[in-house]
Design a protein around this ligand. Sequence first.
Ligand code: MRU
Length: 363
Amino acid sequence: MRTVFWQDGKVKMIDQRLLPGEEVIAEFATVAEVARSINEMYVRGAPAIGATAAYGMALAAYLSDADDSAALLDELRQAKETLDAARPTAVNLAWATRRLYTLAEEIAGEAASGQSSTYELKQALLAEAEALADEDVRINRRMGFNGAAVVPDGANLLHHCNTGSLATVDFGTALGVIYACQEQGKDIHVWVDETRPRLQGARLTAWELMRAEVPMHLIADNAAGHLMRTGQVDVVVFGADRVAANGDVANKIGTYKVAVVARENGIPVYCVAPTSTVDLELPDGDHIPIEERGAEEVAEIGARPIAPVDVPVYNPAFDITPHRYLTGIVTEEGICYPPFDQSLRRAVEKGRAAILAERSERG
Ligand code: MRU
């Protein structure tokens, strides 16, 4: 089943806050509600929130009473602002809303010349959101098999956060590499970082890998350094919420520490991210906005306090791994190696061309 999908005029998704205990499908029927689903992390993971935001834009069009395309465009602009504000670090969100808004502008331009109607515009936006979701799955599979090429048979991998089916529409990014290795019949084992404070590793990655019957062990985040120093890790893989033009990577808090210790121990480090996660407009990681989340994520576990009441907390949700710690960045267009500013630009250009080619094939 897909992590997020459109059904009966609603955006539906697995409520990831409840996993692994309960598997519940939550439904959202307004743009504000869809933005809330992203902000409150019913859905999370950069590609999954991109697809959710795309459906949010389609929902804005679907619900609109506007009878001319200029008025509909105004509503879409407001919807885009609402959705973009839901979470700041993952660029896939604004990438997806921009993609749908730009398409709407193009179609509205045709409407002005009498060639199309608001009905066609609404239909086209839903079709584009569905295409984006389908494309995410295809891209993840390609990326997974690109990345599997650097994982030797018999490897022990270390993985941070959740980057699997749940973090995307399906299949995943860094976990997609692991699923591709499994499909190829490689004998692999995964060390799963628990990923405090929200425990995406313990709650979501462990759940996914156990269902897929991939050999794994859950570890406390603090165990990763010990495993790397004692030769028990061959490859480190993680995803990204945004990759700057120079290859600096924003990902779940704790990624930087993992990458530095891996480098210290001569272990290859691969970031696995689609070209939609690459933000060529930002020169380096210092320009990437880092989301801060609520104190309760650190001071409580499952609503149970683990620190004194009213303890002051600082809770950055992401960190930046400078590109010098990365061996490569795996994308759907191949593996980018240093100098990343050049290899990433080439991959992004190929990715954009593929989207346009696919859209013109759809007609
Ligand atoms: O706060 P989250 O759970 O949305 O953070 C997710 C991550 O950091 C993932 O590693 C990233 O989005 C890549 S997932 C394909």
